[in-house]
Design a protein around this ligand. Sequence first.
Ligand code: PRP
Length: 177
Amino acid sequence: MSEFQLEMLYTPGDIESAIARLAREIRRDYRNKNPVLLGVLKGCFVFMADLVRALDIPLETEFVSLSSYGPRRTQSKGTIEVFQGLRKPVRGRHVIVVEDIVDTGITVDFAIRYLRRRRPATLRVCALFDKTARRRVDVPIDYLGYKVPDCFLVGYGLDYDERFRYLPGLYCLKEDG
Ligand code: PRP
């Protein structure tokens, strides 16, 4: 069985600083707008929890569960499965899509189209990590934490076959042998 090495890219402190900055930007734009933060599960769950607490303004949270990758997440299937759709209408609301990472862009692109059909007043995207090297669809990221290199990323909600999501930092996963 192959083993893994984890190379740290961002410490928990780095991530905390990025989230504090994102929270300042979003707070400036959405104070008094009671936005809906729409998390894309599963990967967003750690980021979402930290972001809403850093924001500290009235807001609502919703989730959709989408996936474009098989269990080992090495290659995007290019099609999205909706495991759980929106439970409440967002018509007329200010919606911010919250993603842990934008990679090919296919998931966010799908989420944007899915939400536009539901007629929000405004729609923006907040992503903690942006991996541009494998982008296949041009998508807007209105609030961005960090650009990341083209390696297999785990931690802070990101997984390899459901492993490593719990790690508090962001790591590059390297496979031995
Ligand atoms: C990951 C991540 C994003 C998506 C980004 O989710 O959480 O939602 O991939 O990749 P893309 O830009 O190439 O579409 P994944 O499909 O692995 O499901 P998960 O969130 O349940 O881990």
